[in-house]
Design a protein around this ligand. Structure first.
Ligand code: BGC
Length: 743
């Protein structure tokens, strides 16, 4: 206290009564959050409370200016901080200081199988959000990969609930340690995009609890997520954004979620249900007959005037309102009113470094015949790069996750920079996909128009390929409608724009062909046998080209593993062969039955012995080799007195390069009263080994790892009997099995 303030304090203490001098409890950071919440709530008027539970602009909700309680600002999410739009329009606000670092898409993060990398991701994006003044990050997404057609799979973490659960938790901690709330989305059962507003999912409880909920549960109970976003679709004929079972019974009831349920933008459809069924904050809808695009409709939101009116008329009480406001105040005290909130940072060298590392660890080497990769620059004079995705900016497009980046290194640039002077790098377009580059007013500024015919483009690429030492084709999907994009699904598994023909022609022309598939989804690969090296490149964000070049040139040993199965044909995907999916738009609600039940992804391919995926779940090659010893267990029986068995397995790097390996543990229940998958992922560890180095990996196997959800009892059950613990390098590359018994 300087002398001036001291004198002022002294003077005040003489004239003011004691109560007026005291800091109100809600402003007193030494007080418990719950005490502060109650105090703030007790000071608020009805209008102030109602103002808090719905949007006031595209991405913000009202605070209580009279009390100094700030507005809540949200942002997409989940791969970087979205640029600013106008208060009440989707158009760009035109700021010049809202560019960000784009981190790799969440499929890539999941493919790292590295919890530390997930934590780095969360921390980095959290810092960017904080610097940009955001309180809630709309992400991460953990909807399960049910069909490769889903246009938003790239924003999620794959097909396996265990992997998604393990990977989402550190991301949330990373973000929230910065005083920014993670808003985990889209809760729940939003597994495709076409008809996302009109799909009523029919799924049995066992499947719901075993497949579609575990990642959300982990996000809430272990990640302690401060916010969850409701999904657009319906479940039990009720919209997920005001769904009694999902929000009240499960999320807030069974899981004890004390945070805020935010609606997806326009996901609320009914005031009464929104009041009673667990919806806390309504965003983004146009209601009460206002047409899409009418301005400042916020008063007409389901949770705005219609709510206030119902309270005033005595039709509903204020118990639910107080509960909603308590949750929002809690969110404020955790974020924008937190006394320990650190400082953020934007576009820092550390964030670029993080983006590059995440990319490098997530890229998956799918195939590498005759060790074509890494590229040997000592014997390469000419490297030909072909394909639109080598030059196209991928951070713009795809829907709400689209970004305005400070910079994006394209694959071609990354390769050119890395090769610099050592070999000639020639580029041929090969095909024209989507020459545009715009989302919501963010433009890439790239002019990708090319008026040549497909034949001309192929001919040029083939001609250039003839004398090249290596040909790198970079194609795949591109986040345009139907090519990995929100509100659209893909029409099929195949690649568009004649890419298959082009790849086949290149394979004829040059035997050293490397195909890099940029996508967030599995694609068909009819040319697989003719292409020696295939790399899964994901959407890699700002550092895309640098991450990719590091892998192709062998600066970094590939260590990514697939977070989902690459099926050979759509018919091999159970959602399509057994379950229901429709790509036909419907304005009225349609039922979609998840008849395949728990047999999603590798759970299905394991069961259908005849189905061979192109690449299995967990697959990913390396430039070095690893040898696994036989796994051992400290005990062959798990009894009521033992918490867990300890499994140990030694893994050795038998090659000549340092590298990382993901050791996977699957559990197989040999006999069970209910059908169970052949095996299920229950542990994984990513280890780093120098050539010749060996490390022992330790897993604990507890009852939880043996349990299934018994929907008749509505509880998780570990049935006594024999189990196998399987150590593997992918769902089909089994390294060792050891049996034990549960008594
Ligand atoms: C998307 C959400 C997104 C929101 C705000 C919705 O259309 O489904 O994931 O966070 O828009 O942009």
């Amino acid at each position: 206290m300087n002398s001036k303030t001291y004198l002022l304090a002294l003077a005040l203490s003489a004239v003011l009564p004691l109560s007026a001098q005291q800091t109100p409890i809600y402003q007193d950071a030494t007080k418990h959050i719950e005490e502060r919440v109650e105090d703030a709530l007790s000071r608020m008027t009805l209008q102030e409370k109602v103002a808090m539970v719905h949007a006031q602009s595209k991405f913000s909700s009202a605070g209580v200016p009279r009390l100094g309680i700030p507005e809540v600002w949200m942002t997409d999410g989940p791969h970087g901080i979205r640029s600013e739009v106008l208060w009440d329009e989707w158009d760009q606000a035109g700021w010049t200081n809202d560019s960000c670092v784009a981190f790799p898409a969440l499929t890539c993060l999941a493919a790292t199988w590295n919890e530390e990398i997930s934590s780095l991701y969360g921390k980095s994006i959290g810092e960017e959000a904080l610097y940009r003044g955001k309180d809630v990050l709309l992400g991460p997404g953990v909807n399960i990969y049910r069909t490769p057609l889903n246009g938003r799979n790239f924003e999620y973490m794959g097909e396996d609930p265990f992997l998604a659960a393990r990977m989402v938790v550190p991301y949330i901690h990373g973000v929230q340690d910065k005083g920014v709330a993670a808003c985990v989305k889209h809760f729940a059962l939003n597994n495709h995009e076409v008809n996302r507003h009109t799909t009523n999912v029919i799924v049995d409880d066992r499947t719901l609890y075993e497949i579609y909920l575990p990642a959300f549960k982990a996000a809430v109970q272990e990640g302690k997520a401060w916010a969850v976003m409701g999904a657009y679709n319906l479940y039990q004929n009720q919209h997920a954004c005001h769904n009694q079972r999902l929000l009240n019974d499960i999320l807030k009831g069974e899981w004890g979620f004390d945070g805020v349920v935010v609606s997806d933008w326009g996901g609320v459809h009914n005031t009464d249900q929104a009041i009673t069924n667990g919806m806390d904050m309504e965003f983004g809808s146009w209601t009460n007959g206002l047409s899409n695009g009418a301005s400042n409709a916020y008063d007409n939101y389901y949770l705005a005037m219609p709510y206030l009116q119902r309270i005033r008329e005595g039709k509903v009480g204020t118990t639910e309102l107080d509960d909603k406001v308590r949750r929002i105040l809690r969110l404020c005290f955790r974020t924008n009113m937190s006394p320990t909130r650190p400082l953020g940072s934007l576009c820092s060298p550390e964030h670029y470094e993080a983006a590059r590392r995440i990319g490098e660890e997530g890229i998956v080497l799918l195939q590498n015949r005759d060790n074509l990769l890494p590229i040997d620059l000592d014997r390469a004079k000419k490297i030909l790069v072909v394909g639109e995705n080598a030059i196209k900016m991928m951070t713009v497009g795809g829907g709400s996750s689209s970004l305005k980046v400070q910079r994006e290194v394209s694959p071609l640039e990354g390769i050119r920079n890395r090769v610099a002077g050592r070999a000639e790098v020639v580029y041929a377009r090969g095909y024209v996909g989507d020459a545009g580059g715009e989302y919501n007013g963010v433009v890439t500024g790239q002019n990708l128009k090319d008026n040549r015919t497909p034949e001309e483009l192929i001919a040029e690429a083939v001609r250039e390929a003839a004398d090249a030492d290596y040909v790198i084709f970079i194609g795949g999907l591109n986040k345009s409608a139907g090519q990995d994009c929100e509100d659209t699904d893909r029409k099929g598994l195949g690649l568009s724009y004649g890419q298959d023909e082009l790849i086949s022609a290149l394979a004829e022309a040059n035997k050293n062909l490397i195909v890099v598939n940029i996508s967030g989804n599995a694609v068909a690969m009819p040319w697989m046998d003719r292409v020696p090296a295939i790399v899964q490149g994901w959407y890699l964000g700002s550092e895309a080209g640098n991450s990719l070049a590091a892998i192709l040139m062998g600066d970094v040993n590939p260590s990514g593993k697939l977070p989902f199965t690459f099926p050979a044909r759509l018919e091999d995907v159970p959602a399509h062969s057994l379950g229901e999916y429709t790509g036909v738009r419907s304005d009225t609600v349609i039922d979609i039955r998840y008849n395949e039940g728990i047999f999603v992804g590798y759970r299905w391919t394991d069961k259908q012995k005849k189905i061979r995926p192109l690449f299995p779940f967990g697959h990913g090659l390396s430039y070095t080799t690893f040898a696994y010893d036989k796994p051992t267990l400290d005990n062959r029986t798990l009894t009521a007195d033992t918490d867990a068995l300890t499994l140990r397995v030694k893994v050795r790097n038998t090659g000549t390069r340092a590298g990382q390996e993901v050791v996977q543990l699957y559990i197989s229940d040999k006999k069970s009263s209910l059908p169970r998958p052949i095996k299920e992922l229950k542990g994984f560890r990513k280890i780093s080994l120098a050539p010749g180095e060996e490390q022992e990996v330790v897993f604990l196997i507890n009852r939880e790892a043996l349990s299934f959800f018994d929907d008749a009892k509505h509880e998780w059950v570990a049935e006594p009997g024999r189990f196998d613990a399987i150590i593997a390098a992918s769902a089909t590359d089994i390294k060792g099995t050891i049996s034990f018994e549960l008594k």
